[in-house]
Design a protein around this ligand. Structure first.
Ligand code: P70
Length: 461
């Protein structure tokens, strides 16, 4: 066993089908990003060489998942694939009741509507864009209770997803437990750089919240990746499997929202899961208003089948070792080259620290947005802004939110790119870093009301 553990992170699969990529010239890329308003969300994917915009819905399915598509039972009601998915969610994740949704934010919509009353406060281990928006649309106010280290890109804390129990207690003392229906706990924390929460911390959160009757809603979008980090770094878990740790995490929570487009290795899908029969009943009712019947929730039968199979594959130790191993391979190359990145390296991507990349650019010149555009021009690598544009505006004052973290995310799809692709990405980031002094920043010329980062447009300064 020892000998195998020391081997490289090499993939536990081989490639059966390939998708050719197109490489534009630098001049063509300059034109493409200008036409896209310097927003990588607005590029055509055909114009992208290595697409690290997101790990969401971009992973490669296995031959078994593709075979599962052919077993789709496209009945309007009671599809057999729903029952397979329900059984899988019970067996692998341990939640009793399942309501499928077309993706994660639809589950966030349902649980926010069910649990939040206007004027409520929702603490969380850092915000996520869609999660926070649905909390606000339901009349709630998000309060960040993550540990301070999570906001410091240089802190090497191994569990930057942890909740600061003093911050949580202070919120309870300030507003009263009856104004806090639940705490939102994400595994791993996307906006912090893909950082895990420890089981020790989650257990302490469970204890504190139980005292006050506060529930836990688990954003389990990347729970298996979080479990892998616990196996690697939390004392006492080295001999537990990823599957066992996933179950232990889930057992400490009441409800879960899932974007199956990440961990669960599908191109579309999600769900709300709960152990509470009343919440289940309400969600089953609401889902027919917004998504579709409660046995498909906006998905085709074949999508649910692929998801059920993907969930089982996602908790295999060798899968996570290669998945996280590849992300860390890229991270180490950038660290070794002295590139400012969020430390420690997270599980779903490497996050460039745009504030240190462009120390001469103030945050309202959108350094991360600028960096993502420059990277695309240099090599056709598409990344995602995760800074001031993503943070939106304060709904009360109308000002930009100025997040401490101004990041560019190089997100790695699962089972898609090779080690050589990672080398090209590192070469390009290093090249752009060498030219950093020349960057002048951007100004925003179009700003949508909701989730502005998706469609905002910019011009060069
Ligand atoms: C990403 C994607 C989705 C996501 C997530 C966590 C921790 C919920 C969701 C929503 C897609 C995305 C979403 C908003 C802005 C940019 C990108 N994250 N919780 O790329 O799930 O997309 O299925 O509705 O990461 O990180 P869904």
């Amino acid at each position: 066993m020892q000998r195998i553990k020391k081997r490289s992170w090499a993939e536990p699969y081989k490639i059966k089908m390939v998708e050719p990529l197109r490489m534009l010239s630098r001049r063509e890329r300059e034109q493409a990003i200008r036409e896209a308003g310097y927003n990588t969300f607005l590029l055509r994917s055909e114009d992208v060489y290595i697409d690290l915009l997101t790990d969401s819905g971009t992973s490669a399915m296995s031959d078994r998942q593709w075979a599962g598509l052919m077993l789709g039972d496209e009945a309007y009601a009671g599809s057999r694939n729903f029952y397979h998915l329900e059984e899988t969610v019970r067996n692998v994740y341990g939640y009793k009741y399942l309501v499928p949704t077309h993706q994660g934010r639809a589950a966030e919509h349902l649980i926010s509507k069910i649990l939040i009353k206007p004027g409520d406060y929702i603490p969380g281990n850092m915000y996520f864009t869609t999660t926070k928006l649905h909390q606000e649309l339901a009349g709630g106010k998000f309060v960040d209770v993550i540990i301070d280290e999570a906001h410091d890109p240089e802190s090497e804390h191994p569990f930057k997803g942890n909740v600061d129990l003093d911050k949580l207690q202070a919120l309870i003392d300030r507003v009263g437990a009856d104004k806090i229906p639940y705490i939102a706990i994400a595994t791993t924390v996307n906006m912090a750089g893909g950082q895990p929460i420890s089981l020790e911390n989650l257990r302490a959160v469970r204890e504190l919240t139980a005292k006050y009757g506060i529930q836990i809603v688990h954003d389990m979008t990347r729970v298996a990746e979080n479990a892998y980090m616990i196996q690697q770094n939390e004392p006492g878990y080295a001999d537990k499997t990823v599957a066992e740790i996933v179950k232990e995490i889930n057992s400490l929570t009441d409800h879960a929202t899932m974007s199956a487009k990440k961990d669960a290795l599908v191109n579309i899908g999600g769900f709300l899961a709960t152990n509470d029969p009343d919440v289940f009943e309400q969600a089953r009712n609401l889902v027919v208003v917004y998504e579709g019947l409660h046995t498909y929730g906006g998905l085709a039968g074949r999508d649910m089948e692929a998801m059920a199979i993907g969930i089982k594959e996602s908790v295999m130790d060798e899968h996570q070792k290669a998945r996280v191993g590849q992300v860390h391979y890229l991270g180490k190359m950038l660290l070794d080259a002295g590139i400012p990145v969020v430390k420690p390296i997270g599980t779903h991507g490497v996050f460039l620290d745009a504030k240190r990349f462009y120390p001469h650019l103030p945050q309202d010149k959108f350094p991360a947005q600028t960096l993502a555009a420059e990277l695309y021009v240099d090599s056709g690598v598409r990344a995602m802004e995760r800074g001031i544009v993503s943070a939106g505006r304060n709904p009360e004052t109308g000002d930009h939110n100025y997040p401490k973290l101004e990041l560019v995310r190089l997100t790695i799809p699962r089972r898609v790119y090779t080690q050589a692709h990672m080398d090209v990405v590192a070469e390009s980031v290093i090249e752009v870093y060498e030219q950093a002094g020349k960057a002048k920043g951007l100004k925003m010329v179009f700003e949508p009301k909701y989730l502005r980062f998706f469609q905002a447009r910019f011009e060069k300064l």
